[in-house]
Design a protein. Sequence first.
Length: 293
Amino acid sequence: MTTGDDEGLFPADPVKPHDPVLAREHREIPEPAPLQRHGPARVVSLCNQKGGVGKTTTAINLGAALAEVGRRVLLVDLDPQGAMSAGLGVTPNELDLTTYNLLMDRDVGLDDVVRKTSVTGVDLLPSNIDLSAAEIQLVGEVAREQTLARVLRPALPSYDFVLIDCQPSLGLLTVNALSASRGVIIPLECEFFSLRGVALLIDTIEKVQERLNPELQLDGILATMYDGRTNHSREVFSRVLEAFGDKVFDTVVARTVRFPETSVAGEPITSWAPHSGGAKAYRDLAREVISRS
């Protein structure tokens, strides 16, 4: 038995901090219904002008998770760094034909560039550093903001989703992606510098809606690299919820070493570590994306 003087030696169990992810009321998401036929595809851009927020990781793993529930997916690498291509086991600097050729060469068609991936039901339009030239060359094109929409049009009947991995900027390639899309997913790292840039991105999306693509809509904001043990992550997520409400996906992707491992392996986390928390998160996200489509 201890006295009051012993309380400092035998403290009570510490109170666990409030985690807004756990406290949030989650919506009931139905299991995706099987499809009787494929197409036309819903085109979705994954966009954030800040790099390192999990955009490419989300594009790859969301695509793989959608394929697991019977959806045919085309992944479009629209980043000259070619991270999506590398993350699917492609060596970007060894490619003869890429997204660049599809955009800039009238003699190159979709079938010339598209590649099968190791994931059943997922195809890829790969990219490499050549694509950086398109940002300049497109300036002189007629209807330059609609170039990507034009070259993707033949693919739409064959797929259920086209996911575009945008480069970390708000330049002409990103505007092309938004002009070609029906939806936008914003992966947002749970840290303050990421949060500050979202307003500028939302402004760009609204301008594209008004001037180029009235069908464009924000599908949702995805919290990534979340660590519920830190005050910083919890506070940022709370602010995102306060600002965007139901536009924030219920799914939250936690920080884990598994994602860098999958990049080295050249395959999605759904096949590299199928029972991991990261794989479950992207399967949950796939269900949400289908329910919002």
